[in-house]
Design a protein around this ligand. Structure first.
Ligand SMILES: *[C@@H]1O[C@H](CO)[C@@H](O)[C@H](O)[C@H]1NC(C)=O
Ligand SMILES: *[C@@H]1O[C@H](CO)[C@@H](O)[C@H](O)[C@H]1NC(C)=O
Ligand SMILES: *[C@@H]1O[C@H](CO)[C@@H](O)[C@H](O)[C@H]1NC(C)=O
Ligand SMILES: *[C@@H]1O[C@H](CO)[C@@H](O)[C@H](O)[C@H]1NC(C)=O
Ligand SMILES: *[C@@H]1O[C@H](CO)[C@@H](O)[C@H](O)[C@H]1NC(C)=O
Ligand SMILES: *[C@@H]1O[C@H](CO)[C@@H](O)[C@H](O)[C@H]1NC(C)=O
Length: 425
């Protein structure tokens, strides 16, 4: 517990800036993630399939004796019941090319189009997440389109989720002819339509999942925000009938102060709030969400996913760069195995485990937290926008205030979240 006290203080400043950034974000346009709670399905013995080992290369992108490594490679083809996506390492591959760029994909927000915004290096795109025990297949756009044929896929959550949504759209859109696709963006609900597949990839904005007074018109001051921790219907009615739902919620809870939370319906309305610590308020809200899912979802028709916390990198001392300014100027992922910083709150993670563990409807967790923790260099940083405008040179010169170490560049880390999502789908 003590380890969290300090980070909260240091988080409060960035979070205010962050809220301002959100205002901008919201009005332009979302997506999500990995662990499996598979209570309903009986655990069958997976039939382990050994990969044709000659297709596996060495670890560190060339170099080394590939043939020897391939003989020694005893990893299994990805099996959701057996593979832990949190256990792996980032491997640099200079010949790896993402399926899209921020110039080729017309649907990316400027906020995440880092190279277009002037990020001088694009090495951050060249890292691949390699699991210790399993082979995580590369994202196969055709396979993804096949899997979503005739379906509605909807990402629900905050701006990190919106990033995952845009990533998925960009990972498949290049295969679809111009006259077979369309994008309609709304303040709350955005829909990318793939006509010849009768499919949609949608985003629904609900940063806390439950209702709050800051859902539509963002309130910059966290102290003025009031969360209706037992109300979800206003948002949730838009989720009915969707075939694949991917949820997230995290950063909005991390204001560093207590959260004004109300429940029950009394005539004193929002005056009857209680100020709760984030994990307490989060638990009530997530239970509300879980109860909604358990009472409204037909598990034969709908798959439910939940993306875990997307780590923030506001404190460079977390990864032993004491002279650093947040994630600014970082060029390499953190190497230390199991690195976990103050931007991922373990208390929230344990609330997620405990609430999901008790659900009737199985939820597939996309556990992105550990793998994303390493990627301090892959945030938008100063190559982003504020209030609809690119950062000015003066703002760029003040990374302590203006570097965005919460959102991720695209292409980038959220593509890996989707690689995992597709492997589970
Ligand atoms: C494995 O790869 C080798 C070399 O590419 C190929 O000759 C062989 O047919 C492959 N085996 C299987 C089972 O795919
Ligand atoms: C690196 O990427 C290239 C191009 O996609 C691929 O052919 C190669 O197998 C990859 N190397 C490793 C070590 O994964
Ligand atoms: C298209 O998908 C919707 C569900 O998303 C389904 O109700 C409808 O029957 C599908 N239409 C065709 C022609 O497959
Ligand atoms: C879901 O499918 C299973 C097996 O096909 C069936 O036994 C069960 O009644 C179905 N559940 C619902 C809610 O339709
Ligand atoms: C950031 O990196 C650039 C290029 O390496 C360097 O010139 C600059 O001094 C660095 N800034 C800080 C504050 O470390
Ligand atoms: C996600 O993975 C991390 C790292 O392995 C683990 O500590 C955490 O408990 C996992 N989260 C859940 C909800 O299972």
């Amino acid at each position: 517990m003590g380890t969290f006290a300090k980070p909260h203080l240091s988080l409060s400043v960035p979070v205010i800036i962050f809220s301002v950034a959100f205002i901008v974000l919201l009005y332009t346009e979302t997506l999500s993630s990995t662990t499996l709670f598979d209570c309903a399905k009986p655990k069958t013995r997976p039939n382990h399939q050994h990969v044709n080992s000659s297709s596996i290369q060495g670890d560190e992108g060339g170099g080394g004796d590939d043939r020897l490594k391939s003989i020694l490679d005893d990893r299994f083809i990805f099996d959701p019941d057996e593979c832990n996506v949190a256990q792996g390492k980032w491997v640099y591959n200079h010949s790896f090319q993402p399926l899209y760029t921020d110039l080729s994909c017309p649907y990316l927000d400027r906020q995440v189009s880092c190279v277009k915004n002037g990020k001088p290096d694009s090495h951050y795109r060249q890292w691949e997440w390699q699991l210790h025990d399993c082979i995580l297949p590369r994202f196969d756009a055709r396979l993804a389109l096949d899997k979503i044929r005739g379906k509605r896929v909807m990402f629900v959550g905050d701006s990190l989720q919106r990033g995952q949504w845009q990533s998925l759209v960009c990972l498949v859109e290049f295969l679809i002819p111009e006259d077979q696709k369309s994008m309609r963006r709304g303040k709350v609900h955005s829909v990318f339509k793939i006509k010849d597949h009768n499919a949609t990839i949608e985003f629904y904005w609900a940063p806390f999942l439950i209702e709050s007074n800051t859902d539509l018109k963002i309130i910059g001051d966290p102290k003025k925000r009031i969360l209706r921790v037992d109300s979800i219907e206003k948002h949730a009615r838009h989720w009915i009938g969707v075939d694949v739902l991917v949820f997230n919620t995290y950063v909005w809870w991390m204001t560093g102060s207590k959260l004004k939370s109300v429940w029950g319906s009394f005539t004193n309305g929002e005056d009857g709030y209680e100020e709760l610590d984030a994990p307490v308020s989060y638990r009530i809200a997530l239970r509300t969400w879980a109860n909604w899912v358990d009472s409204n979802i037909d598990q034969n028709k709908t798959r439910i996913f939940f993306t875990t916390m997307s780590p923030t990198h506001q404190r460079s001392a977390d990864w032993d760069n004491r002279g650093g300014i947040k994630c600014y100027n970082e060029t390499e992922p953190v190497k230390k195995k199991g690195h976990w910083g103050t931007g991922s709150d373990k208390r929230i993670m344990s609330v997620v485990s405990s609430v999901m563990g008790k659900m009737k409807i199985p939820v597939t967790l996309i556990n992105i937290t550990q793998l994303s923790e390493y990627r301090v260099e892959a945030h938008s940083s100063i190559y982003t926008e504020l209030g609809g405008k690119l950062l000015t040179d003066d703002q760029k010169a003040d990374p302590f205030k203006f570097a965005d170490c919460i959102h991720w560049c695209l292409p980038g880390v959220p593509d890996t979240w989707n690689q995992i999502f597709l492997a589970y789908l």
